[in-house]
Ligand binder design. Structure first.
Ligand SMILES: [Ca+2]
Ligand SMILES: [Ca+2]
Length: 366
């Protein structure tokens, strides 16, 4: 050994370090969901140490998902994996003597940050009679970890699991329900544990009594601009569900009406009815209810059953909602008189007027 100059000194040490450094990794942050899937980005730290008296760690190299190798001149490096799906990570360290650690190959770092999507929630038949079995159907997809389970509730009360029917379709049956309008909500959970529970997809289900006269409606309209007076520019889909039934000599009809205009955050539920008039294909009724949980709103609903003589083959719907001062909150036929026929055709769903045979019931008229 000759210690005559610093450059030679380094060369000499090199010849004595024949031991590669040792590298390892740890996940420093990231939320683990189910089945070893992470439901967030994953932060990883790779560190390396060289042997005692060795030349020291010079570089850490890593390759994420078979991309270009990243070289860091330090004994540790942090990286964040953001890509959803199965990720792979290969890394190794090199010391100043040029010894190379054997590459660690980490496969299957699984990330799914996306909630599953529920579509096509339907109830059938809808409307349904009180003694009819109702089938709830929905589709659920999840491109990353896959849908694991799909759940439904009636008015959000309790959740029941739906059976899987084919690849993306799910189904459940409800033996029967009493007269009313029900909010059938569905959400899905993916294999990683992401859930769409906070924003279930819903559809309204109407249940009627076939022994009474009734009008039912379930479906949706394209709410026109101008309908929602607090923000007249808003348009979009509005869902409705209603049942109004009547018995001869009983003036006040019973039932329930729900109307939801999602873009305006408007959610109306009737609390009681005042009167109902059914004349041929046209039904109209008036009542009071709650808007977004607050009492003190009036409403009038007018509907045409296109399948009844004179109905013109097209189901049409109008709802007008006003506050305690009588100011209009919502009217999808704003400016028209209360006696006008509804002009808005349904985007989907149906309106059904049922008049019981003479002597068994009948329409009351105000
Ligand atoms: Ca070494
Ligand atoms: Ca997912």
């Amino acid at each position: 050994m000759v210690f005559c100059a610093p450059s030679i000194y380094i060369t000499v040490i090199d010849t004595f370090d024949t031991t590669p450094p040792i590298s390892s990794h740890s996940i420093t942050s990231g939320i683990l969901g189910s089945n070893n899937w992470h439901i967030t980005d994953v932060d990883i730290e790779i560190t390396a140490t060289d042997n005692d008296g060795g030349s020291g760690v010079k570089e850490i190299h890593y390759i994420l998902n078979n991309e270009v190798a990243v070289v860091t001149e330090a004994p540790s490096v942090s990286l964040t994996i953001t890509t959803e799906g199965l990720n792979s990570l290969v890394y190794w360290a090199i010391d100043f003597a040029g010894n190379t650690d054997y590459p660690k190959n980490i496969l299957g770092i699984k990330i799914d940050k996306t909630v599953p999507e529920v579509t096509n929630v339907t109830a059938s038949p809808n409307p349904a009679a009180v003694d009819e079995e109702i089938t709830i159907s929905a589709s659920a997809t999840d491109l990353t970890s896959g849908a694991a389970s799909v759940w439904y509730s009636i008015d959000g009360v309790s959740w029941s699991r739906m059976a899987r029917i084919g690849t993306d379709n799910y189904s459940a049956t409800i033996p029967s329900l009493s007269v009313g309008v029900y909010d059938i909500q569905v959400y899905a959970r993916d294999v990683a544990g992401n859930t769409s529970e906070l924003e279930p997809v819903s559809t309204l289900l109407a249940v009627y009594d076939r022994d009474a006269g009734f009008v039912t409606g379930v479906g949706w309209i394209d709410s026109p601009t101008g309908a929602y007076t607090a923000d007249p520019g808003l348009a979009g889909r509005a869902n409705f569900g209603f049942v109004s039934r009547y018995v001869r000599n009983v003036i006040v009809p019973t039932g329930n009406t729900q109307f939801v205009f999602q873009a305006g955050g408007l959610n109306f539920n009737s609390t009681s009815y005042e009167w109902l008039v059914i004349a041929g294909a046209r039904a109209q009724y008036k009542g009071v209810g709650r808007l977004n949980g607050a009492d003190g709103y009036g409403f009038m609903l007018t509907a045409i059953d296109g399948s009844v003589d004179g109905g013109g083959e097209v189901d049409r719907f109008r709802i007008k909602i006003w506050d305690a001062e009588g100011s209009i909150v919502y009217d999808n036929q704003i400016g028209a008189s209360d006696s006008a026929d509804p002009a808005t055709a349904l985007g989907g769903g149906s309106i059904m007027i049922h008049t019981p045979p003479a002597g068994t019931g009948g329409g009351n008229k105000k």
